[in-house]
Design a protein around this ligand. Structure first.
Ligand code: DQA
Length: 144
């Protein structure tokens, strides 16, 4: 069973970008944690990072033929990209949205996610372990 993990804009700078908010792990370290969990769950995981909205949309479109589920951290696009929300709905796969920080306790513009309602579930505020929990949730969903 294949799962795609999509990291959105600025997440390539994890580790150096506001570590008090997003943690000190680099994206490579987060991806390693995701891959370790995926192996234990028997999932084949692919992790990608894209800064562009269109790139994320293209990756979602491509996923519909190749993956059983998707985990996405849309970064700031979560707060205003109806195009990404539409793409998530369009592909018809189970998608879990992850945010490292608790977006509901941050600046007002971050408190709303327009992509979340297109997703099966949202994990926010648990740091990198949010991806691990999302993988476990998807593994259960995919078994059914
Ligand atoms: C984020 C939260 C967003 O508001 C922010 O723009 C990000 C990261 C998170 O993981 O907490 O880039 O998605």
């Amino acid at each position: 069973m294949r799962v795609l993990v999509l990291h959105g804009p600025n997440l390539n700078l994890l580790g150096e970008r506001e570590p008090h908010i997003y943690g000190s792990q680099t994206l490579a370290e987060v991806n390693e944690q995701i891959s370790t969990e995926a192996r234990q769950l028997g999932l084949d995981v692919q992790c990608e990072q894209h800064n562009g909205e269109g790139q994320l949309i293209d990756a979602l479109h491509a996923a519909r033929k190749q993956y059983a589920g998707v985990i996405i951290n849309p970064g700031a696009y979560a707060h205003y990209s109806y195009a990404i929300a539409d793409a998530i709905t369009a592909i018809g796969l189970p998608v879990v949205e992850v945010h490292l920080s608790n977006i509901t306790s941050r600046e007002p513009f971050r408190r709303k996610s327009v992509t979340a309602s297109a997703c099966r579930a949202v994990v926010s505020g648990l740091g990198a372990s949010g991806y691990v929990l999302a993988l476990r949730a998807l593994a259960g969903t995919l078994e059914k």
